[in-house]
Design a protein around this ligand. Structure first.
Ligand code: PPS
Length: 573
């Protein structure tokens, strides 16, 4: 490892091994335990390796971790607000101890780095959530990821990089901190103000960044996050094409665009401080912190997790030791009389303000409604419309769930026929029995096998949905957490509607068309849903159908009406 002193941004950590040492590690790697990195871990590793996370030299050990939680500092006192550890399963943690070497692979099996383990421990995740996010509310995406998706053991230690993660997209826009510093030096940009974003940029953002650059007497770096952002955000491919369009609207030679493969945590104030340090490492002298920086949205009580300017306050508190100057900004609003954007605190009482919120903007996109020129540039809107067509041209999944014999298949068949009659999109039926015959013939009915079965259905349905088709699924899907996983696979790529066919167990048992309930009662079939295996009823399905109160035809019609009201189908059925 070498530390390079650069004119901008201080010491930059460099963790990539020399070609000779890389060869040696490659030869030895088969002797080490191995770990296949998750998407988030690949993001973290890339930024460790290229120095964006300087002064970190690897994943945090336990002492640094605890110190970051309580004081936002490493154990040696250096300011660092975000805990960055490698999370692994208990099975892998069991094989490791101080001194072990762990080979880190990408999903294609490429050896990216070797971790020289110093610490292995099981964290108190609730304590971590409270320290980092100030809450354990799982409506916070960072908390949700920590509690549900992060493995239960942490490993820390120095990282030895063999090669940086590969990117096949937008190569011309990906710069390491050193590359950006060199670029700024070459261009003679001594003062550079960075703008962080995870959203498409519209005119308000352009005006804000333009003013920030003027205020700081600096050049502008648009530095969007393309690693992991908030679930539900617009995909980075569409966003980057939008940024490229917008770049042409800035005065030539003043502004640069570069992509940051960061995995955001949506930690608001703490995250803003972290973002500032990362931009300092990329050679920037100034950093814009606007309203609700890295905000996670609303909590389960419908309130904001953090105050709108809490991030600015926190960054301000650490300004003296940060090494990068914050440029705080109020929200920008459009003043109709002046036909221009101004910070909200500069609006005069008699002036009228026009605003389109992010939610309203998405609604207009989804419904194909007008988006005015004062809000965004036509080329940006066209780009977004191309990849985010209105709902009636998107794919969707209708996911039935309910007991065996509840009537799922009958209603699903009726729905398929009605959707075929409407036409316009291909319709695929993934009924429980069909799937068990063609996709899951080797599986039984243990919890593990049922989950595999449902996730297979979810995967196929998400591919169909992504490509603009309609998937109708009708398994029992008895477990809430698996249904939630399916929803999470599909919602980012199109519509998802859960239909709970709430036929009572007694009714299903009385029907017993396949004679399975009788066999289950007689103990011939084990683990039968509703008899000796649980069915967790959905808490908030989009549609609840009581088959005692309607015919299959009426039930299918209700679903059509719901799809229509959500905009997924056009015109009356
Ligand atoms: S699951 O739990 O979602 O994977 O089940 P699924 O694939 O939808 O099950 C389809 C049919 O399998 C029959 N069957 C059982 N159901 C529940 N529990 C047990 N142990 C079992 N063994 C066989 C049952 O008839 C299901 O049919 P449907 O179509 O739901 O009536």
């Amino acid at each position: 490892m070498t530390n390079l002193i650069q004119p901008h941004g201080g010491v930059l950590t460099h963790l990539l091994l020399s070609p000779e040492d890389t060869e040696v590690e490659k030869q030895r790697a088969h002797e080490y335990h191995s770990w296949n990195l998750t998407h988030r871990q690949i993001c973290d590793l890339e930024l460790l390796l290229n120095g964006a996370f300087s002064p970190l030299t690897g994943f945090l050990g336990r002492e640094d971790y605890l110190s970051v939680l309580t004081d936002m500092r490493l154990a040696n006192g250096t300011l660092w607000p975000m805990p960055i550890m490698l999370d692994v399963t208990a099975a892998v943690a069991d094989t490791l101890s101080a001194g072990s070497r762990l080979a880190l692979y990408d999903p294609e099996g490429v050896l990216l780095a070797v971790l020289e383990v110093t610490d292995v421990w099981q964290p108190d995740k609730e304590q971590e959530a409270l320290a980092v996010f100030g809450t354990t509310d799982s409506d916070h995406p960072g908390v949700d990821y920590l509690l549900r998706k992060t493995h239960s053991w942490y490993v820390g230690g120095r990282v030895h990089g063999l090669e940086p993660p590969t990117h096949y997209d937008f190569k011309h826009l990906r710069d390491s901190p050193r590359e950006l510093r060199d670029k700024f030096n070459k261009l003679g940009w001594r003062r550079v103000v960075a703008f962080q974003t995870r959203n498409p940029m519209h005119r308000a953002h352009q005006e804000l960044t333009f003013r920030a650059a003027q205020l700081a007497e600096a050049n502008l770096l648009i530095h969007p996050v393309v690693g992991m952002t908030k679930p539900g955000d617009i995909d980075h491919y569409s966003r980057v094409r939008c940024y490229e369009h917008l770049l042409k609207r800035f005065p030539e030679q003043t502004t640069a665009l570069s992509l940051l493969h960061l995995a955001m945590r949506m930690a608001g104030p703490r995250e803003a401080l972290w973002h500032a340090i990362i931009r300092k490492n990329h050679g920037c002298s100034h950093f814009i912190v606007g309203r609700d920086h890295a905000g996670p949205g609303k909590n389960s009580q419908g309130q904001d997790f953090y105050g709108p300017y809490a991030a600015q306050e926190l960054v301000n508190r650490y300004q003296a030791e940060l090494g990068i100057q914050m440029v705080p900004f109020q929200e920008m609003v459009y003043v109709q009389e002046r036909a221009e954007y101004v910070p909200v605190d500069e609006v005069q009482p008699q002036e009228s303000v026009l605003a389109i919120s992010g939610t309203e903007f998405r609604r207009r996109l989804q419904e194909g409604l007008d988006i005015p020129d004062w809000f965004s540039y036509p080329e940006v809107v066209t780009e977004l419309r191309r990849t985010h067509p209105p709902r009636h041209r998107q794919g969707f999944t209708v996911f039935f769930t309910g007991l065996s014999g509840a009537g799922k298949s009958t209603i699903a068949n009726a729905l398929v026929t009605k959707l075929m009659e409407l036409g316009g999109r291909s319709v695929t039926l993934l009924d429980g029995d069909i799937v068990r015959k063609h996709l899951s013939s080797e599986l039984g009915f243990s919890k593990e096998h049922r989950n595999i079965n449902i996730l297979r259905i979810g995967f196929v349905a998400s591919e169909i949905t992504k490509n603009g088709g309609i998937a109708i699924c009708a398994p029992i899907a008895p477990y809430a957490s698996t249904r939630r996983e399916v929803r999470e696979m599909i919602e980012p790529v199109g519509g998802f509607m859960e239909v709970y066919v709430a036929t009572a167990l007694e009714v299903c048992e009385a029907r017993d068309r396949k004679g399975l309930y009788a066999k289950a009662r007689a103990g011939i079939i084990q683990g039968f849903t509703g008899i000796n295996d649980p069915y967790e009823a959905p808490a908030k399905p989009e549609v609840l159908i009581d088959t005692a109160e309607c015919t299959p035809d009426q039930a299918a019609h209700r679903i059509i009406l719901k799809l229509e009201s959500l905009g997924y189908i056009k015109g009356r059925a």
